[in-house]
Design a protein around this ligand. Structure first.
Ligand code: NAP
Length: 264
């Protein structure tokens, strides 16, 4: 029988949490889920620049176990369940200059924000999702999980590779129990953090922002679309993946990179 979907308000009644939901792709995803009718909480260390009444903000540092616990307790106390968990928190603050300039702290901090925060948060919410026998978990990784940029973001690339692998493994365990687990791997997205990354490369290599941008484009092998993604384009993919229209999708990775990755 053909199934007809109601695209309007298709997430009505769903409770969602978006980590890193105050900026960049996370912010666009949170707005996309609200638009589809979900009740959405967002979390980050600092308040969003403009607070809106349709997003419940929870301040927290997710690189620390206490931060993860606080978010899970607050969401479950307020809503009693979670249907959609978007792990969008991530990024790299490490300096350019290759492996030799990286410290243990650089590695530890990057692994915390790009891998371990998701592992801890998933664990907290899986208890509730397994009881509900339903839920969707999305991990926002990066094409760097397969295409590491060794000069400035090696710990980030390694953490994202770990996240993609973990996401697959988790899906094997929990999909039979009704939870869908998926990975979205964007290429370059225009955000404040990607602008900051160009500034860091420009500072550390004593080159202009334009030259830093070209260096990253060249390291990626070019973007066939000729431009980075807009955060809204990532949000649109996530909006589909968490919807009932994606009911048979689990354990898979979706690359959204304007054709950047050169291999199949
Ligand atoms: N931008 C790109 O080109 C690109 C490319 C591929 C993949 N990605 C991935 O896409 C996702 C979103 O990236 P983005 O560039 O859109 O992010 P972004 O604009 O840098 O925003 C990062 C978000 O995470 C929050 N955050 C950072 N550290 C945190 C911490 N320790 N605890 C809690 N919240 C924290 C930030 O708020 P506070 O600072 O206030 O905490 C902010 O809300 C990330 O997973 C990133 O790795 C991005």
């Amino acid at each position: 029988m053909i199934q007809h979907f109601n695209f309007n308000n298709e997430l009505s009644g769903k409770i969602a949490l978006v980590t890193g939901g105050t900026k960049g792709a996370g912010k666009a995803i949170a707005e996309r889920l609200v638009h589809a009718g979900a009740t959405v909480s967002i979390t980050a260390r600092n308040k969003p620049e403009t607070e809106t009444s349709n997003l419940h903000f929870i301040p927290s540092d997710l690189s620390k176990p206490e931060g993860t616990k606080k978010v899970a307790e607050e969401v479950l106390a307020k809503f009693g369940r979670l249907d959609i968990l978007i792990n969008s928190l991530g990024g790299s603050e490490t300096k350019g200059g290759g492996y030799a300039v990286l410290t243990d702290e650089d590695w530890e901090q990057t692994l915390q924000t790009n891998l371990l925060a998701s592992v801890r948060l998933d664990r907290e919410f899986l208890r509730a999702m397994l009881t509900q026998k339903s839920g969707v978990i999305i991990h926002i990784a990066s094409i760097q999980g397969k295409l590491p940029l060794h000069d400035s973001t090696l710990p980030y690339a390694a953490a994202k590779a770990g996240l993609i692998n973990y996401s697959k493994g988790l899906s094997k365990e929990v999909s039979p129990k009704g939870i869908r687990v998926l990975t979205v791997s964007p290429g370059w997205i225009v955000t404040d953090s990607s602008k900051r990354m160009m500034e860091r490369i420009s500072d550390s290599s004593q080159i202009s922002i334009d030259q830093a941008t070209k260096r990253v484009m060249d390291a990626l092998g070019g973007i066939p679309f000729g431009r980075p993604a807009k955060p809204e384009e990532i949000a649109e993919l996530v909006g589909f993946l968490v919807s009932p229209r994606a009911s048979y999708l689990t354990g898979t990775e979706y690359v959204i990179d304007g054709g950047t990755i050169p291999t199949i």
